[in-house]
Design a protein around this ligand. Structure first.
Ligand code: AMP
Length: 575
């Protein structure tokens, strides 16, 4: 599908997507056949008695629906150097350490070239649709991406992350070039041992190529917000580097210094221009188009756990559109955004039937009463229903319960368009009350309206179940964009409490079976410290999601939160 220029023919990519999605059922069967055929002699499938059969009915009859825990011992053997065909025929040479999503438990997920191919396919599809609605010229992308220059290894197995496995693949650069999305940063900036230094230089490169930057992106939108917040602190130093043509002494990694010295020349004119633009902004509103006048859109995953950051992102973006990109996980890609003009809050993703074999467990079966779960096929899902996604991928996961809940909003030809809803697990529970990640997000959104009235916002938040009091109660931690008076914050605290509308919660709150909710405000930069502490333990910055509930064993994060509390409020909602 390449034109002579080496660029992709985007219309052909769309045509191919239309063809595949019109035939989704058969494409799924073929995808499953291929995966099972290639891995027929693996220990896992042999033990389940599949005997080389590759049809969906035999597959469903023989292979159980499982979670990560069930695969863990097999994966561990592979990581420990067992090269026999355990889950895949070809030995696995890399694993991706998942970010642990928003609840903080990290997983080892097998990674192989097949997953890289699906990554290219999904990037091409999303890009083709994006480019149809927001055409970009050949140019550069300011991409806040971070790889590792020397990912750790156990024996021969690389212990990477999904994003670093993608960025580090020899085919990545070509793929991005074909998508007119080549990063303006040199490789030494992307693959660096220190992400703060990478970030600083990503910005510096972006500013040097400011006229050429056509898009701004990251895997998850959080990285973009984090980058621009950091810019607010560092901009004068960046301007100075451009003026003098000398890289700040804060950059100590020799390979980054070398790479940047090739780009940096004294440019007082550019420095003055940027200085003037930054100094002229009120509260950084519209920073992005001021710095990057030719940027056509800002792109990254913006749904689910990223939604709380959209207001802030819009603040920086001004009129520049925000486009949510794809839906996927370390375990494999799932779906593309084929309606990029839709605001992220309403976005849906169309499942790509050729990248994995998908099944869906109706959430009505997930209440714990169903003895045997029955998943339905990709084309059998019903509009308006919610499901947990199950995937079988070409890297050794078979009927793997992803733990994500999605809602079917419609169909694109015969493939479903899904909306990401939440993680399936419960986030907060003390007695029989139940609150998902979404419930907490809604409660925070409701309560932060009081902050908006005084022109403040929640920068980030998390929660904690305080079992040390009798009765136990929930604690919500907020970092806020500035000083706010006690009256407003007490109102926010009441509202947080009142916004938990689970009947069991309301019942136990009234009869004092659950104590009053507490809002603890933490000081500026607390969530930055949390990010840094997670990165220090190997969580990839590109995939970082703030844990929305801190368990009692996460002592590092709890310590950071507790040490940084500046004020606390107890809800009077049920007094
Ligand atoms: P990771 O394991 O770090 O790759 O994170 C994958 C998880 O991020 C998924 O299981 C989802 O919970 C979440 N995620 C990925 N893409 C999206 C999306 N487009 N919208 C909402 N959540 C997403």
């Amino acid at each position: 599908m390449r034109e002579e220029t080496g660029k992709l023919d985007f219309e052909k990519v769309i045509e191919e997507f239309e063809r595949i999605t019109k035939d989704a059922e058969n494409v799924q069967k073929e995808t499953l056949r291929k995966i099972l055929e290639e891995n027929a002699s693996t220990e896992y499938l042999q033990n389940l008695g599949l005997n080389g059969r590759t049809d969906p009915e035999s597959f469903k009859a023989c292979v159980p629906l499982v979670t990560y825990k069930d695969f863990e011992p097999y994966i561990q053997r592979m990581v420990d150097g067992d090269v026999s065909p355990i889950l895949t025929e070809k030995p696995i040479t890399a694993v991706s350490l998942s970010s642990g999503t928003s609840q903080g438990n990290r997983k080892f997920i097998p990674w192989n070239d097949e997953l890289f191919k699906t990554t290219v396919q999904i990037y091409q599809t999303s890009f083709a649709f994006r480019n149809r609605d927001f055409p970009i010229q050949d140019g550069k992308a300011l991409s806040f991406i971070y790889g590792s220059n020397a990912p750790p290894k156990k024996g021969d197995v690389i212990l990477g992350t999904a994003t670093s496995n993608v960025f580090g693949n020899p085919g990545y650069k070509n793929a991005m070039q074909a998508l007119k999305s080549q990063s303006c940063s040199p490789d030494d900036v992307i693959f660096s041992p220190d992400f703060q230094q990478s970030l600083y230089c990503h910005f510096l490169c972006g500013l040097l190529f400011r006229e050429e930057v056509q898009s701004i992106s990251s895997t998850f939108a959080h990285s973009i917000i984090y980058a621009f917040r950091t810019f607010e602190q560092d901009w004068e130093e960046l301007v100075n580097d451009i003026k003098e043509g000398v890289l700040s002494s804060r950059i100590t990694v020799p390979s980054i210094r070398d790479a940047m010295s090739k780009l940096l020349k004294p440019n007082p004119e550019l420095a003055n221009l940027i200085h003037k633009k930054c100094a002229g902004l009120s509260n950084w509103y519209g920073l992005i188009p001021e710095l990057f006048p030719n940027v056509k859109y800002i792109q990254g995953i913006m749904t689910g756990a990223m939604e709380p950051y959209l207001n802030k992102l819009r603040h920086y973006a001004g009129e520049v559109p925000l486009v949510t990109s794809e839906y996927g996980s370390s375990e494999g890609w799932i779906a593309s955004n084929v309606n990029p003009k839709v605001a992220p809050e309403f976005a849906t993703y169309a499942v790509l039937p050729q990248i994995a074999y998908f099944e869906f467990i109706p959430i009505t079966q997930l209440d714990g009463t169903q003895v045997k779960l029955e998943a339905v096929g990709l084309t059998d899902v019903k509009i308006g229903e919610e499901y947990e996604i199950v995937l079988t991928n070409p890297a050794g996961l078979y009927r793997y319960r992803l733990g994500d809940i999605v809602k079917v909003m419609g169909f694109h030809n015969s493939t479903p368009e899904i909306k990401y809803m939440r993680r399936s697990g419960l986030l907060l529970t003390i007695t029989t009350d139940k609150h998902s990640e979404n419930d907490l997000q809604l409660s925070v959104e409701n309560a932060s309206k009081f902050l908006a009235e005084v022109k403040k916002e929640v920068i980030d938040y998390t929660s904690y179940i305080d079992l040390s009091t009798e009765p136990a109660h929930y604690v919500i931690f907020w970092e806020i964009s500035g000083e706010t008076n006690d009256e407003v914050l007490s109102e926010c605290c009441r509202c947080l409490d009142k916004s938990f509308i689970d009947p069991a919660y309301m019942f136990y709150r009234k009869c004092k079976g659950i104590g009053a909710l507490e809002l603890r405000v933490v000081g500026k930069g607390t969530f930055e410290k949390i990010l840094e502490s997670q990165v220090a333990r190997g969580v990839p910055v590109s995939q970082f999601k703030t844990p929305r509930c801190v368990g009692p064993t996460n002592t590092t994060m709890l310590q950071i939160l507790f040490e940084n509390v500046v004020k606390s409020y107890v809800s009077t909602a049920y007094d």
